[in-house]
Each structure stands twice: as structure tokens, then as C-alpha cells.
Design a protein around this ligand. Structure first.
Ligand code: GTP
Ligand code: MG
Length: 317
């Protein structure tokens, strides 16, 4: 639930809110859980009045709404492939985290480039008519490619580039600061999508020794928390890519070469929806949902074409 500030409510006079803020009582929760006697001293109100207000605030604290309303509220961005949208439940969701993992060349970056363009489309075409933030950790973001994808959809290419805010980060530290800055940008601009390509590259490089693993995981967890808050506070889709490594356990058990996303269980549990990509023939790629609270484990095929992400066209029978 979003943090509510006392100053956002009409319940208390501005002057009283100011007095409370000076004592560090800023949110509704701060007020509800504070000692009434103390609040009475700070505000000059009677304890009785303070308790009444606390009671009132507790009552508006929890609101129920129907699942149907929740479903309708969930905004989504099309990937460009209706088959891929379908297994995602209608596109990439706002308010949640989505992870695309896969080996090099599997299409992770192409998908996030396409989303940066598609988020700009009008709603009836699968977009949100809003802008994107792109946190590039690998130096691979391509204005030329994004322009081409925009042109293919009839968007003005110059305008399309102006609607994507890019930052290139060179370390874990910078990446975490970028996520903080993204919060501020979401307040100023109409953002619908935040991309991190890739989530784990810097973490992997900076904490490569075996002894660093627990520290790496702790920071990665903190970073993923930042991203989750970003998604929830601003109702934006947060999409990140992830590299994979060979699952040693499966290999040693004779189950053959299997890939596993980097970051282990921390990323797995935090990522709302985890999609694994793999190459098929030519420009075809296969996406498979491997972890999600509500999406079934299904596969979809899509293509990476000159125009961008598209459906596979099956020959008519
Ligand atoms: P890494 O970042 O290296 O781990 O890979 P990735 O999963 O991000 O790969 P990416 O999304 O960059 O996909 C690369 C593939 O997309 C290439 O092998 C090409 O098949 C395809 N591709 C990239 N750019 C173009 C383009 O401009 N036109 C066409 N037709 N295909 C492209
Ligand atoms: Mg890439």
C-alpha cells in the first residue's frame, strides 16, 4: 500500500500537521501508532480528540476492492507479439516486475527496446501514451534500432527518442543511484515503463569472488526492492533483463545443459514474472514463463524482424 502523508488528508489543520512533521510524525501510520499523550502535547489537542482521530484514521486505513476492479486497473504494454502478450496475460503489466532472462542473442534487449517504443502508443494500440526510462548497464542501448522500431509503427522517430530517458551506469553504485533518480523522474514525467538492461551484469562483475556472494545477494536484494517500490508507487511496468549461467546441479546429475538466470533465488522470488528466452530457427525465439504468481507455465514463439518484435506467421492450412 502506498504511504499516505498526513498533509495529504483534510483531517487536520495545516498548522497542526506542521507541528507533527517537526517531530517526525509525517505519515498516517506514524500518527496511528504514536502515544496519544505525546500527540496531545505536540498538537495542543486533548487526548480524547487525538484518540478519536487515531480511530478515524485506522478505519480508513484498509480499503477493500473487488478483484474485477483490480484486474481492470492493471495497465499493460504490448510486446509487439500477440502470442507473447497472451502468455503474459495481455502484455507486460504495470505495478509489477517482469524479468526476461536468456543467453546472448536470445532477444532480451530487443524486447526492452520494443517496449520503450510501444509504451508510447495510444491505449487502443497496446500502449500507455507515456514515456520510458532506460537504465543501460552494458552500453548496448541503440537509438538507431529504437528509431527504426518507432518508424515501423508510424511514430515520429525523433519524438520517440525524446520520450526515452537513458542513463548509462558503470557500477553497482551508479545503478542503485539511477534507480533512486528514476523515482524522481517518475514524479516529474508521465512514465509508463522503467527498463534495466541488464540487472545483474555489474553485480556479477563486482562481486566475483566466492566470499562475496552473500554481500552481493544482500545488495541485489536491496536493488530489487528499490525496483519493486518504483513499480508500485508509480504504477509503472518495471522490466529487467538477466543473463543466464549453466545450471551446474542439473549438469552433474546428467540432466544435460540447462540454463538458469543469474542471481539465484533472490531475484527469482522478487521477480513477479520470470520469462526465459531461447533461440529457435532463424529469427524465431521461444519465450517460456518459468516463475509467476498467477501466470501458467506456457510457451510462445515470436520473431525478431527488421521492424522489431512480431508474431510468427504460421502457414495457413
Ligand atoms: P546479450 O545482451 O548479448 O546477452 O543478448 P540479448 O538477449 O540482449 O540479444 P538481443 O536482444 O540484442 O538480440 C540480438 C538478436 O536480435 C540478433 O541476433 C539479431 O537476430 C536480432 N537483431 C538485433 N538487431 C536487429 C536488427 O536491427 N534487425 C534485425 N532484423 N534483427 C536484429
Ligand atoms: Mg542485450
Amino acid at each position: 500500500m502506498k504511504e499516505r502523508k498526513l498533509s495529504d488528508l483534510d483531517l487536520l489543520p495545516d498548522e497542526t500537521v506542521k507541528k507533527l512533521e517537526e517531530k517526525g510524525i509525517v505519515t498516517v501510520e506514524d500518527f496511528i501508532y504514536a502515544d496519544p499523550k505525546y500527540l496531545s502535547e505536540v498538537t495542543g489537542m486533548s487526548e480524547r480528540d487525538v484518540e478519536d482521530i487515531q480511530e478515524e484514521l485506522r478505519n480508513i486505513d484498509v480499503e477493500f476492492e473487488t478483484l474485477e476492479k483490480l484486474e481492470r486497473k492493471r495497465r499493460r504494454i504490448t510486446t509487439g507479439s500477440s502470442a507473447l502478450d497472451e502468455i503474459l496475460g495481455g502484455g507486460v503489466p504495470c505495478g509489477e516486475l517482469t524479468e526476461f532472462a536468456g543467453p546472448f542473442g536470445s532477444g532480451k534487449s530487443q524486447i526492452v527496446f520494443q517496449l520503450c517504443v510501444n509504451v508510447q502508443l495510444p491505449e487502443e494500440e497496446g500502449g500507455l501514451e507515456s514515456k520510458a526510462i532506460f537504465i543501460d548497464t552494458e552500453g548496448t542501448v541503440s537509438p538507431g534500432r529504437i528509431k527504426g522500431m518507432a518508424e515501423a509503427l508510424g511514430l515520429d522517430p525523433g519524438e520517440a527518442l525524446r520520450n526515452v530517458f537513458v542513463t548509462q551506469v558503470r557500477s553497482v553504485e551508479e545503478q542503485m543511484r539511477a534507480a533512486e533518480e528514476a523515482h524522481k523522474l517518475c514524479e516529474r514525467e508521465d512514465i509508463g515503463l522503467v527498463v534495466i538492461d541488464s540487472l545483474t551484469a555489474h553485480f556479477r562483475a563486482e562481486y566475483s569472488k566466492l566470499g562475496d556472494v552473500s554481500e552481493r545477494q544482500a545488495r541485489l536484494m536491496k536493488h530489487v526492492d528499490q525496483l519493486r517500490n518504483l513499480a508500485m508507487d508509480h504504477d509503472v511496468a518495471v522490466v529487467f533483463t538477466n543473463q543466464v549461467h549453466v545450471d551446474i546441479e542439473a549438469a552433474t546429475k546428467g540432466k544435460g545443459r540447462r540454463y538458469e538466470p543469474v542471481g539465484g533465488t533472490i531475484v527469482a522470488h522478487q521477480a513477479t514474472h520470470r520469462i526465459m528466452l531461447r533461440r529457435a530457427k532463424g529469427e524465431v525465439r521461444i519465450a517460456r514463463i518459468i516463475d509467476s504468481p498467477y501466470l501458467p507455465q506456457r510457451e510462445a514463439a515470436f520473431r525478431i524482424t527488421e521492424e522489431g518484435i512480431r508474431d510468427v506467421e504460421f502457414p495457413e492450412r
